[in-house]
Structure formats: structure tokens, C-alpha cells
Design a protein around this ligand. Sequence first.
Ligand SMILES: NC(=O)c1ccc[n+]([C@@H]2O[C@H](COP(=O)([O-])OP(=O)(O)OC[C@H]3O[C@@H](n4cnc5c(N)ncnc54)[C@H](O)[C@@H]3O)[C@@H](O)[C@H]2O)c1
Length: 419
Amino acid sequence: MTITVFGLGFVGLTTSLGFAEYGHTVYGVEINDERLATIKGGQLPFLEPGLDEALVRHLGKRFLPIGINDLAEAVKQSDCVYYCVGTPYGKDGQADLTYLFSAIDQTLSVRPADKYQVLVVKSTIPPSTTSQKIIPYLEGKGLNVGQDLGVANNPEFLREGHCWDDFIKADRIVLGVSDERSAEVLRKVYATVQEPIHCVSLNTGEFIKYLSNTLLATLISYSNEMSLVADTIGGIDVAAAFRILHEDKRWGGATMASYVYPGCGYGGYCLPKDTNALYAVSNTAGFDAQILKNVISINDQMPAQIAKKVSRVVGTDKQRSIGILGLSFKPGSDDVRDTPSAKIIRELRLLGYTNITGYDPVAEKEFERYYSDLAIGYANSYDELIRQADVLVITTAWPEFANVKQLTQKPVVDCRYML
Ligand SMILES: NC(=O)c1ccc[n+]([C@@H]2O[C@H](COP(=O)([O-])OP(=O)(O)OC[C@H]3O[C@@H](n4cnc5c(N)ncnc54)[C@H](O)[C@@H]3O)[C@@H](O)[C@H]2O)c1
């Protein structure tokens, strides 16, 4: 098969290379020229183990990265068109669908009228988006969905830091479809895959992704609220309590248990925006979801709570040097979108602390690019930060920070409960 994929970010690049690995020919379209040039040059634009080797294997063979100017030829040849563009925070927490609709418009402007193609949204979009927004939009342009072209969704469950493995060894494939013809095309895309493939309604397909992300966010907010309860009561070893909780056989050693652990609040690109978007879409439809509302509210409080905890250790001298250990939103990734470290630093600034230096094994450049307004210093190494800071604050659970207490007697605020 031939497939066009819009967007070569974490999801789009992984999807493109994954489909190439399945044996399909994939055109990967990217509007960011710098990102496109990096990929064409055989490099990844972000840190992602395993994806680099897949890129080398397929680049210029079954994977062809292109700019918008070459779109017409790619779409003409394609059996389906995948959308992996961003769906960031929009107004009132709703998902912003601007990138998605602009990619759909770009497709429509070049699609061959006589060929049945399926437009497949892999980006995360709130339940009812396809049925209430995308299909009416296409029909408004005179297209008969199900006859002229198909529309479907195929949500992605990969985790950053594990993109390649999660895609190639997916637990399940979800196909949200409205007609059998589209389902047939999508089954062919995944013909070589052994994992369960579920064909469900359009709304169900979209909902399953939010069910997953909001459950993870709920587990994290629950754990963080419990850590605040424990701190307030006092005399409780929070890390020990959670580790002992995990010994309950019902967790069965499940990786899911790692979400039932306190920290700095969830961050990254997906959980914050998706939790807000589902809350917003439910609210607009007439149901004010109380658990979701509080999950979001607890998460929003975490940076200020942590800054207060840090200030109790640093004291009233606002010149004392604070060393932030970890800037990415999670270990194993250089993604700094919605990273808790930035929010905590902002809160520390509001409390009047001016002497803040950060260190991260991989994410310093990205952090500096995204958060230049924070104007913090950066250490060249872990050792340099330890030497320089009066108080250390662990904000990302990079395994290498686990020995910090062996390296220094200075106070350490362990916001990840990892020591
Ligand atoms: N990052 C994750 O862990 C993850 C996991 C599952 C699902 N998702 C969802 O997948 C979607 C993409 O996420 P991501 O992290 O890959 O985003 P990203 O920001 O890393 O990548 C999106 C890419 O799309 C490009 N783009 C935007 N408009 C375009 C257009 N018209 N034509 C071509 N390229 C265009 C951007 O330049 C960017 O490179 C989002 O909806 C997200 O919620 C993300």
C-alpha cells in the first residue's frame, strides 16, 4: 500500500517508519523546514531510542520525507492519508483543531476525485470530533463520506521514550470507522500485525484514547493528593507508603503501578491537554465531570505546593542558589512541553528566588529554547550543579540522580520520591 502521513513529530515519524517496516511505501509530509531537513539528513529531531535505526533502514527506500510542494504526487498515489499533526490546548481547554483542518484542506486541494481514499486521524481528537466536525465539514464541500472517500480514526497509544517499541509491539490497534469499505482499507494497513485489532464506532475510537489518558492523569493526581494529605498530617514516609502499596498482589507487578506514585504533577504534551479537552467536551455536552475537574485542579496546584516545600528548605535568603535536577517532563525524553520543572521554577521566581540553575542530561537546549523567559542558569554537568547549588531539587526522575546523597551533604528536596 501507499500511505501519506501528515506531520513528522513523535507520532507521525514513528507511524511513518512503522508503516514502512510493515512493507508499505510512506510519504511523510512536514511543514517545519528545519525538522524536514534534519529527517532527510538521516537524523532524529528529538531523542527516541530505536527510531534512529528505523530511520536509517527506511529513509529514501520505503520512507520518503517531503514538503508540502510535493504533496500532490504523494496523495495521488496513496490508499489512505494519515493525520499526525498536533492538537494542542485551545480556548477553554478545548482541543485546538487548526492544524488538523489545515492538513485536511491541503489534502482536499490535491486529492484525485476518482479514487476512494480513507482520511485517518491518528492525532488525539475528542470524542464526537469526526462525526460532528470532520464529516459535516467534508459534506459541506460536496463530498459524500462513505462513497467519495472514507473517514476514520486510529488513535495512538505510544509513550515518548518508547515510541518505536510501543508502535511495533502495540498492545492493541483501535480503528474508529463508520463504513465497512474504510475498515477494509485499514485492516490492510495492519495486515501483518498479530495484536488484536478492534473496529469500533468513530466516537468509541476517539473515546478509548481519552479513557486511557484521563485514567493515567487520575492515578497521578490521586497519588499527588495523597502525598499532600500525608505531608499535612506529618510523620509519614510518603515514598515508603507508596512502595508498600505497590506490593499488593493485585497490581501484579504491572507497569501501571508507576502512575500510582506521587511526583510533581503530570506534564508533557498529552495528559494535561487531553484531560482538559475531555472535561471541556463533556461540559459543553451538558455534564460537569467532577473527578476530571478535580484531577485537573490538583495537578494545577502541584507546582505551587512544591515551590512552598522547596522554600521551607531554602529559607528566607532569596539569593541562595537552587539547583534544579531535571528539566524534561520525564526521564528518557528531551520533551519539555508542559514540563513540571518550568512551572516549579516559575513559582520559585514568584516567591522571590532569583539564583536558579538547571541541569538535565539531554533537555537543556530544548528547555532554554522553550522557556527563555525564565532566564535561569544552566550547568554543564551533574557534578557542576552539585558543586554550585546550596539546595538541590529533583524534578525529573533520571536514574542517575539516585546517588545524589552519596555525592553531597547539601539538602536535597526529592520531589520524585526516588531516593
Ligand atoms: N507525543 C505523544 O506521546 C503522543 C502519544 C499519542 C498521541 N499523541 C497525539 O498525536 C498528535 C501528534 O503529537 P506529537 O507529539 O507527534 O506532535 P508534534 O508536535 O511532535 O508533531 C506534530 C508535527 O506536525 C507538523 N505539522 C503541523 N501541521 C502540519 C501540516 N499541515 N502538514 C505537515 N506537517 C504538519 C508539525 O510541524 C510537527 O512537526 C497529537 O494529537 C497528540 O496528542 C501524542
